[in-house]
Ligand binder design. Structure first.
Ligand SMILES: [Zn+2]
Length: 196
């Protein structure tokens, strides 16, 4: 008569994966990240975008939601430079939302700015303006609260990640809570201070 009611389960949010707790990526993934950077440097934008989108999908499957969003934004930048302006913007908006939700505001702002630059470079001046107003102008350069990420950087970092070749920027890398170690936003490798 009495049906046992199943306790209602709350959906469990996926764990937030932190670079400083993670193991290094497999060499073949690092190699693909390096290849995407090389394509981008050489102006092979479509190839770079395709690789970054693949890598983003793999990151998402592994639970690396923020990293997947960052890789998607690199792909969007490459697509814009390849002239695929609408595809680039369609990918970039949701990815930026994800970075903001993860509190990665500095990274979001940097990537949003670089997409704006790419849109201009592709001759899409009106879209670049609109993109600026919708995203770049609304993203604070630094998190408004005084968390660890709001503190000034204590290390001088190299310009590029030694493992995957991605650009390294103080406000875009992932910092350990004590700000004594920085991790590449794209591959999670600990980035040793420049000259140290
Ligand atoms: Zn890296």
């Amino acid at each position: 008569m009495f049906r046992r009611r199943r306790p209602r389960r709350r959906p469990v949010p996926p764990p937030v994966r932190r670079a400083w707790l993670a193991r290094p990526l497999p060499p073949r993934v690092l190699q693909r990240l390096r290849r995407a950077e090389a394509h981008m440097q050489a102006g092979r934008y479509a190839e770079a975008a395709a690789l970054w989108l693949d890598l983003a999908q793999a990151a998402r499957r592994g639970g690396w939601t923020a990293r997947a969003a960052g890789l998607t934004l690199r792909a969007a930048q490459a697509l814009a430079l390849a002239g695929r302006v609408e595809d680039a913007q369609a990918l970039a908006g949701p990815a930026l939302d994800t970075l903001v939700q993860h509190g990665r505001l500095g990274w979001a702002r940097g990537l949003a700015q670089r997409l704006e630059d790419a849109l201009r470079q592709a001759g899409a001046a009106a879209q670049a303006e609109a993109w600026h107003a919708t995203w770049v102008a609304r993203l604070p350069a630094r998190p408004p609260t005084a968390g660890p990420a709001a503190q000034p950087a204590v290390l001088t970092l190299p310009t590029h990640c030694p493992a995957c070749g991605a650009p390294v920027r103080h406000d875009e890398v992932e910092w350990a809570p004590d700000r004594q170690a920085a991790y590449c936003a794209y591959c999670g490798v600990r980035v040793a201070p420049a000259g140290g």
